[in-house]
Design a protein around this ligand. Structure first.
Ligand SMILES: [Zn+2]
Length: 394
């Protein structure tokens, strides 16, 4: 009896893995013929075909005709169905809330944001975020699309498994159980994560189209965190708190840090460093960018120094993880392009040759990687285990 039961359990697992592999391959390739799908995944045509039929019935995959040149009969190509449902992404930042809708193919359909002030009470900021999420749900309902879940990116220490914002230093929030609060309010599954993790996922999925499997996304602002994608998966560490790159020690005798220690990386490259080194605590990044374009020598000296320290920390990441991509983003983005050359030069000079061979270091071209990745948390979970969705849509 036991053997029969095990065999059944194995079949269920294999079916789930096959279904997940098919959806992920379609996500990466866009369109594929059934025969190519089976061949690439090493499945029999029959196995692939059975699963594809289920996915078509559930409305998460569609089949479209295309005419091959010179061939009489049209071929059929499979692709993810944009109407398979939509994911909501939300990001609660130090001074802004942004909410987006992404369809099942990963295309952004809707986005709205609002400015906030970190001095506002927590309840007020959360209520503003809830209003935007409700707006997204109403929009989706108007388009007759099915909501699949809500992903949230937060600046701070997030216990992703428990769905709890443990500590957000910039907002000074502690222990906010946003997952349970919003699941009760909206009746959808809610996923929380650190905003650097969601930014890494957003970049990986949207800008990089799943091509670089080892990627670090450095979100640099008042604080600094790294979202790490290793071997194609977000790396969260044993308690979910990995990626606190800003508190890597870079100077034994360095400046005091908000974490209570001193000499942390963020004190040399984040907004606090810019404010301290320029002697202008309120410096606006747009103004700084303008001064740099006008070759302001004093500011260029500060930026070069920050870029070198940024490069040094990146050297450590490159040596440790042998990454394909390092993406620089976050609130400091307006001035990051002025640092990139010096950062690259530092890495070229100081990282070991072999681990740095494939690495590309770039400034992100968008300021909504994080909210896009928050929505992608929902899609990623479904891609990993599509069986419940397929069952519910049948
Ligand atoms: Zn620190």
């Amino acid at each position: 009896m036991q053997r029969v039961k095990d065999k059944k359990a194995d079949q269920v697992t294999v079916r789930r893995l096959n279904m997940s592999a098919i959806l992920k391959l379609l996500r990466e390739r866009g369109t594929l013929a059934r025969a190519d799908l089976a061949k690439e995944l090493g499945m029999t045509r029959n196995t692939a075909s059975n699963i594809v039929t289920e996915l078509l019935q559930a409305g998460v995959v569609i089949e479209t005709e295309y005419r091959r040149q010179g061939a009489g009969r049209p071929g059929l190509l499979l692709e993810l169905a944009p109407t398979g449902g939509f994911a909501i992404g939300a990001e609660i930042d130090i001074s802004r809330i942004i909410v987006t809708i992404v369809d099942f193919k990963g295309k952004m359909l809707w986005e709205e944001s609002t400015q906030t002030n970190p001095a506002q009470p927590q309840g007020e900021i959360i209520a503003m975020a809830e209003q935007l999420v409700q707006g997204a749900l109403d929009w989706g309902a108007g388009e007759s699309l099915k909501p699949l879940g809500i992903g949230v990116g937060l600046a701070g220490l997030v216990d992703a498994e428990a769905g709890n914002l443990t500590y957000a230093p910039t907002l000074n929030w502690k222990n906010v159980p946003l997952k349970s609060m919003w699941e009760e309010k909206f009746g959808l599954t809610v996923y929380l994560d650190n905003e650097a993790n969601t930014a890494a996922l957003g970049y990986y999925a949207y800008a990089d189209l799943f091509s670089a499997r080892n990627l670090a996304y450095l979100s640099i602002g008042v604080g600094m965190a790294a979202g790490l994608i290793l071997e194609g998966h977000i790396f969260r560490g044993s308690g979910g708190f990995a990626g606190q790159a800003g508190h890597m020690k870079i100077r034994p005798d360095g400046e005091p840090c908000s974490c209570g220690d001193h000499g942390c990386w963020v004190t040399e490259v984040g907004f606090p460093a810019l404010a301290r080194k320029t002697g202008q605590p309120e410096i606006a990044l747009e103004d700084a960018a303008r001064l740099l374009r006008n070759n302001d020598e004093t500011l260029w000296a500060v930026i070069d120094e920050m870029a070198e320290m940024l490069g040094l920390g990146i050297v450590n990441l490159v040596n440790l993880f042998n990454l394909d991509r390092i993406i620089l983003g976050g609130a400091l983005r307006p001035i990051l392009p002025f640092m990139i050359e010096k950062v690259r030069a530092t890495v070229d000079q100081r990282a070991l040759r072999q681990p740095r061979r494939n690495v590309k270091i770039k400034v992100s071209g968008r300021d909504d990687d994080s909210v896009f990745g928050a929505a992608y948390l929902v899609l990623e979970t479904i891609m990993n285990d599509p069986v419940p969705l397929v069952r519910s849509q049948r």
